[in-house]
Design a protein around this ligand. Sequence first.
Ligand code: C2E
Ligand code: CA
Ligand code: CA
Ligand code: CA
Length: 271
Amino acid sequence: AKNSGRNNIKRFDPNMKFVTYDRLVMESDIQSAIDQEQFYMVYQPKFHAADGRITGVEALIRWNHPREMLISPGDFIPVAEQAGLISSVDEWVLREVCRQIQVWARHGLEIPVSVNISQIHFQQFDFGDRLRRTIEQYGVKAGLIDIEITETALMQHATEAHVFAKLQELGDIGVTVSIDDFGIGHSSLNLLRKFPVDFLKIDQSFVQDHQKPDIVTAIIQLGHSLCMRVVAEGVESQVELDFLTAQGCDEIQGYLLARPMAPEDIVRTYA
Ligand code: C2E
Ligand code: CA
Ligand code: CA
Ligand code: CA
């Protein structure tokens, strides 16, 4: 669904009718959704390409909306960003993920969780401080948190020194960093070389575009030459999995292997 105008979010409802949702109404709904506990998280596993073992999960937000039924984060996250609400959402997500990590720990499951952080939240000067405090407050091992930032967000940052300092700060806290949606953001290779980043996630548009396998191969080689691990997302077919594995891609995420699922199902399946 695309934003069709200034104030309406046009999208398909489950009956495949176009419906509109007034932007201002959505903004106030997002605000109350946090207080009324309408958000919840699902978790999509990632796996070692080589042996199929689970390597971690990505936390993805869902909105149990009282009136509008299914609204995907692809629709409401941009509205939250424009309305200045995204930091509240991202902080709720971080707390929820920390809480979940401790619940899983009690079930004998210790698993790294990747959290999507909006560019706007990442750019705030005290993002690192608040992240550190949340991790400490919940007593979570920092190494179990992976911060996903899109390539576009990194490259749009004010200055190179600024991004570098920010990434350094995350490294000091002990979390890992993934560059999300890699390949569409026109990174400067020179910058990328200097950034302390752990994972590159190949954007799913490249994974699914079988006409341009060279791009996928090039990204995997680039990531490895920078000592990063490379993750492919949106892997939907065996053909894609086989190709990625043959090219040396390290980790695989996608509907072929596992869909986003409730935290109880993560325990049931992987503990
Ligand atoms: P993303 O970070 O690139 O997440 C990947 C999206 O692809 C997810 O959609 C996931 O459910 C979907 N996906 C996973 N495997 C496959 C597959 O094999 N095929 C296809 N076609 N799709 C697959 P989702 O959950 O709807 O999230 C959409 C976007 O919303 C995310 O893109 C991310 O940018 C944003 N988002 C989701 N959760 C959060 C959150 O907690 N905080 C923030 N700030 N943004 C979030
Ligand atoms: Ca992501
Ligand atoms: Ca992505
Ligand atoms: Ca994306």
